[in-house]
Write a protein that binds this ligand. Structure first.
Ligand code: PBG
Length: 329
């Protein structure tokens, strides 16, 4: 069918037609909101490189959690920022560690809010790498035991789902086995499966104080140039027991989201990371782009590419914007 029989503009001429043929809808329930929790009291510290985002101490989470719930967003992903770091990242699995306190606090405030927890060591190690160091390398296999310990401690504190972001080989299997042995066979794993070694994590590393103190993460995170390798990573994680697989970052990797969604019949999450958020905020604060419209366009593109779940710092704003649009209809 071609012009003049087919005129695509026919179905664009009214709002009713446009709505009728709309293919992608965003909903507050698509989003997971990331939050940074620091040790201390009465802290609400704005993050300079992530306008509108903060570090919170566990004691003052109530107000913020209420805002999350009121926005309609039904899940948060928590990142702990400990005050003490050591070579093994022991605060990551300490019973009274900042993340364990944060999980309990959020569950006390709002038992129905789903709490996802990031499982990694980089915020907790003094060298800033995501695993145990031996010489100059990150030693894969000894790291697995620690990640399993971290996951169990999160589950014990009340986490609803663990999300390993370390990119060690075999960690999903190790975590699944450990959770099952400890009686947490119903705690799902959302695996950061295709996690790239991306410069877009810059602002997050300020927020989580997790920049590597030497070298980089190229020996464990993926090369941005690779696509087939992402499918191999996802396949491995599914074989090892991942319930949800993730692509991260989102925007420069929409093709990967699409390939993962079309190759596997699994729920796919995409992480709209810190640098993607900050870029848009900076342009919008300068008046260079319409921030709200760009935000919704970005999130729609991630969903259209195949993501079922979007982890995004825009979550609350986006949920509110969608609510407003709904009210106007
Ligand atoms: C921890 C982790 C990182 C992010 C999520 N979990 C940083 C990293 O790998 O350096 C990045 C999230 C973001 O940029 O928003 N490994």
């Amino acid at each position: 069918m071609r012009f003049p029989e087919y005129r695509p503009r026919r179905l664009r001429q009214s709002k009713a037609f446009r709505q009728m043929i709309r293919e992608t809808y965003l909903d507050a329930s698509d989003f997971i909101f990331p939050m940074f929790v620091v040790e201390g009291k009465a802290i609400k510290m704005p993050l300079a490189s992530m306008p509108g985002q903060f570090q919170y101490s566990p004691d003052i989470l109530a107000k913020e959690i209420k805002q999350v719930v009121d926005s309609g967003v039904s899940a948060v992903i928590l990142f702990g920022v400990p005050s003490k770091k050591d070579a093994l990242g022991s605060q990551a699995y300490a019973n009274d560690g900042v993340i364990q306190q944060a999980i309990k606090r959020v569950k006390d405030i709002s038992p129905d809010l789903t709490v996802v927890t990031d499982v990694c060591l980089c915020e907790y190690t003094d060298h800033g790498h995501c695993g145990v160091i031996s010489g100059e390398t990150v030693d894969n296999d000894p790291t697995l035991d620690l990640l399993a310990k971290v996951s169990i401690s999160h589950a014990r504190a009340g986490s609803d789902m663990v999300a390993p972001s370390d990119m060690m080989d075999g960690r999903v299997g190790a975590i699944r086995e450990a959770l099952d042995e400890s009686g947490y066979e119903y705690i799902p794993i959302m695996a950061y499966s295709a996690k790239y070694c991306s410069a877009f994590y810059g602002p997050f590393r300020d927020a989580a104080q997790s920049a590597p103190q030497f070298g980089d993460r190229k020996s464990y995170q993926m090369d941005p140039a690779n696509g087939d390798e992402a499918l191999r990573e996802v396949e491995l994680d599914i074989d090892e027991g991942a319930d949800i697989v993730m692509v991260k970052p989102a925007l420069s990797y929409l093709d990967i989201i699409w390939r993962v969604k079309s190759s596997f019949n699994r729920p796919v999450a995409a992480y709209n990371v810190s640098g993607e958020y900050s870029m848009l905020k900076a342009a919008s604060q300068n008046g260079w782009v319409d921030g709200e419209r760009c935000m919704l366009e970005v999130l729609t593109s991630i969903k259209r590419a195949g993501a079922d779940i979007i982890i995004t710092y825009h979550a609350l704003e986006a949920a509110r914007a969608l609510g407003k649009a709904e009210a106007k209809r």
